[in-house]
Ligand binder design. Structure first.
Ligand SMILES: Nc1ncnc2c1ncn2[C@@H]1O[C@H](COP(=O)(O)OP(=O)(O)OP(=O)(O)O)[C@@H](O)[C@H]1O
Length: 278
């Protein structure tokens, strides 16, 4: 197992670059600033699958807001294909923990939603929606409304909707956290299949160590507040066998990342307790 800072060999021209990104918030009733994330440096190669894992409150959502263009860094910058991110855009597809589907639209029409914003003609929208329904394993379910779909199926629709925009990067914020364990594992397999089929660049955020190892080519372990990249771990496992999560290699990575995270989780709990007494 190798641990590298920013992997300069593999990342020649990054698809996505976070350069010394820091985000501070004002503290109410004080001139002090609260630093949520500090000096985050991440390069994502075109087509890479990177997973961010970190303790609660380490700034994962703050980082996602910055990547989505919903807020701006206090210092540092975020570059997509070399250009600074200045606001929200269809070049970044976001999949949230909650499916965020429009309940009054069928699965097909949810997928078509963003394509309408892009101004695509109806026939093309329809064809693309069918293509992505098939890609996520929902062929034949296009006419169902969200309430007629299981949690796993809704999340597949959300993934299909994001992919249909043909974004440069797919940002995934704990997308499987609300699902039961079996559905989560089968969607992890689906996501790997979709990633291989589309060659998309994916940045995936999770609390789960197993999920991070199973999905990521690289895992960035974040520190507790302020969130920084503690280390990058390159993941090199054979995912083709049965019960991959129980094999020797996998357990080795789990122990390594657990050890890296353990102290951070404890530190985060101490901070939370201290704040509760203020
Ligand atoms: N708008 C804001 N103003 C002030 N503080 C904020 C704001 N947004 C987030 N924070 C603080 O920044 C820190 C990081 O929050 P964030 O939600 O990004 O963490 P997280 O890693 O996503 O948490 P969790 O894993 O629990 O979802 C938290 O302490 C939070 O209270």
């Amino acid at each position: 197992m190798s641990t590298t800072a920013s992997n300069p060999d593999r990342v020649q021209t990054p698809k996505l670059r976070l350069e010394h990104v820091t985000k501070q918030f004002d503290v109410r009733g004080s001139k002090d600033k609260f630093t949520a994330i500090e000096d985050i440096d991440i390069d994502l190669a075109d087509g890479e699958f990177l997973v961010l894992v970190g303790p609660s409150g380490c700034g994962k959502s703050t980082l996602l807001d910055l990547l989505g263009g919903l807020s701006t860094p206090t210092s540092g910058r975020i570059l997509l294909d070399g250009k600074p991110v200045t606001g929200p855009g269809l070049d970044r597809g976001i999949v949230f923990q909650q499916y965020a589907l429009l309940p009054w639209r069928t699965a097909r029409h949810n997928i078509e939603f963003g394509l309408e914003a892009k101004g695509l003609p109806k026939k093309e929208r329809r064809e693309l929606a069918e293509h992505y329904l098939e890609l996520v394993g929902l062929k034949g379910f296009g006419d169902r409304y969200p309430h007629e779909l299981s949690g796993g199926m809704k999340q597949r629709v959300a993934i299909a909707r994001s992919l249909a925009f043909d974004p440069e990067v797919l940002l995934m914020d704990e997308p499987f956290a609300a699902l039961d364990a079996q559905t989560r594992e089968s969607l992890q397999d689906e996501l790997l299949r979709i990633w291989k089929a589309t060659g998309k660049t994916i940045l995936f955020i999770t609390h789960g160590i197993d999920e991070a190892i199973y999905l990521g080519q690289r895992v960035a372990v974040l520190t507790s507040r302020p969130g920084r990249v503690k280390t990058f771990v390159d993941i090199d496992i054979d995912r083709s066998g049965e019960d991959v999560r129980s094999n020797e290699q996998f357990r080795h990575y789990r122990h390594r990342i657990w050890t890296l995270l353990h102290g951070e989780v404890e530190r985060a709990q101490v901070i939370e307790k201290e704040e509760a007494h203020v």
